[in-house]
Design a protein around this ligand. Sequence first.
Ligand SMILES: [Zn+2]
Length: 181
Amino acid sequence: MTTIVQVGKKVLRMKAQEVPKDAIASPEIQGVIARMNEALATQNDGVAIAAPQIGESYRIFTISPVVFEEPGDYHLVYINPEIMEVSKKTKLLNEGCLSCRWKIGDVERHLTATVRAYDEYGNQFTESADGLLAHIFQHETDHLDGILFIDKAENLRDMTEEEINEVLQENASPRYDQIKD
Ligand SMILES: [Zn+2]
């Protein structure tokens, strides 16, 4: 089982390295993506994960299919993602992180974001999003630069046992106001 690295480990604070385009198809990179998805699937409340969170300093993040109501609508694998554009408008949103158990806090994020990345087959794409997906783009690209939500959060606090249990019992369904990634 792939473990999720917790805050305090150096890999979470490093600037992750780009994946050379011709290495995307390699067993090494495909294996990293598979292990990221495997680790993410073990977390009831997880919606996305970045490669450094499994100890791999690569610029990759993946999104759980549970985020989307219709499967196949969006890309789930983002390699060398770059945020191209964000809205001026921002919003404070409740946020957590699989690598910062069990903290919660409010983070100001742009309402919309456009990302350019490569998919797992090496094809480049551009995707614009609002809501939860825009939020994920920003949280995950931060991870690739060694930035954690706890660096930006207001009202950062420990979750109560009750809140943790609630989160763990939540079945995987799209949630737009509270995320852990
Ligand atoms: Zn995170």
